[in-house]
Design a protein around this ligand. Sequence first.
Ligand code: B12
Length: 443
Amino acid sequence: MAVGYVRMALAVLLQLSVWLPVSLQCSVSANQTVEVTRLLNIMVQSEKSSAANGSTPNPSILLALRLASYHDRDTERCMLGRLQADAVKRVEKGLTFSSGTVALYCLAMQGCCADPSLTPAPGLKGGKKALDLRKLLERKLKEEIENIDSKHVPLTSYYQVGLDILALCMMGRPVTSHTVQRLIEASDNGGFSHGEIYSVDTASVAVLALTCVRRSINPPNPVVLRLKIQNALKRLIKNILQETTSDGLIGNLYSTGLAMQALSVASTYNCSRTFQTVLERAGSGSFDNPMAASQITPSLENRNYLGLNKLDCKEFKKNPADSPLPLVPLAPPAAQQGVLTVHYTVEDGLRYTFNDLIDVTVPTGSSLLRVMEEAAKISPAKFRFTVEQSSWGPFVTSIQGLAGNTEERTYWQFLTGNTTLDQGVTDYKPHDGEYIVAKFSKY
Ligand code: B12
């Protein structure tokens, strides 16, 4: 009899574990909390130094800090001010401000309970006192959709279109069914893939965006659209789950954070293996790039971007701060001894105009960037290159004078042997005897 009860209880528990949302199943144990806290410290430090040297603030970091359970409110408040000032500067001076960047700025501001449509703009032309970032985002998204309508690709990427829809929806703005339809079509017709690689990151942002839109459509309003979104979400979740690896990662290490957010809002999923692997890799420094930290920490704290406008505003404005962020000393990189040799090739993989190999010897622990710099020193004609700064670090824009181009969808892809690298050139540390290829490719 007792055995029967136990079996029944176990069966109920099993059923529940299939349907309980991810937040009830996953947690970071007490001794792993220090790892999450270390990542929060990395982000805070990077923002402090970016403020000190006048670089642009990173909205993804502010988003992550706002969603965390510990806070450095001075840094958060300072970041909000810097973001607002930077938005005004970009608009005033006509600087680059891609749709997805505007979306991230809007999301971060909302996380700080600041209305993006009333961004303080003391020096704005025409005597205006505020910049309406929400309107700007609506215009940017319209341009993305017009480009899809005419050229079948967005101006930037579907990742950014997803962010745009998410940010507008989170501000309570209606998103047209045409726009939603375009995102769904792209997800069904290979628009979320870069080359042969399915972008779990893009799919995950789309899930967050579509979930927000679906929640905002109240019956008896467009039932057809609701159903279309619901079905698209099912397909997206299936695609994301299909990318799960044996060690619990979803896509690769760096898409796993966003994927966990997507699965937590739209599905059920056993995440303990994923948590274990991510925390192990975090412990060995894989998320020390502040941008990588910003995309993983919300999931490690069972939070997601849809929870942004439920944050406590009184708490944000209060001084001094509650739940202050414990300081975790950040260890300097370990000193390395010795040298290693990397076989480095640069090739035009589209028109096959060149294919050049060089062996480069660098100190152990060097980044791929260092290898490229050495190669360029030895043979500038073949190995010279240019980079552009981005939120993830330097993005390689050209090698041997051949430059990637957004309109033609070309870029420099980096591989180890035949495998695409999952990090950029500053974060990736090649090992002795490794074959690294920089290949001019399409996405
Ligand atoms: C779209 C995209 C691309 C596009 C960018 C062009 C475009 N038209 O948008 C393409 C296909 C060219 C690309 C290339 C690469 N990417 Co990419 N990319 C993305 C994606 C899906 C969205 C980026 C975005 O739009 N963000 C929103 C906007 C508003 O923010 P942003 O900062 O302005 O975005 C710019 C930068 O992110 C930059 N960028 C894109 N990818 C990368 C990668 C690195 C290392 C750097 C420094 C910059 C950079 O391009 C964006 C548009 O201008 C992200 C996913 C993610 N989780 O962030 C991956 C992502 C950033 N990419 C990644 C990687 C690894 C690469 C490559 C190194 C792959 C490779 N082996 O060649 C290359 C970069 C090589 C180089 N030349 O330096 C990783 C980075 C992980 C890490 N720890 O560094 C991510 C997180 C995907 C993943 N899960 O693996 N990418």
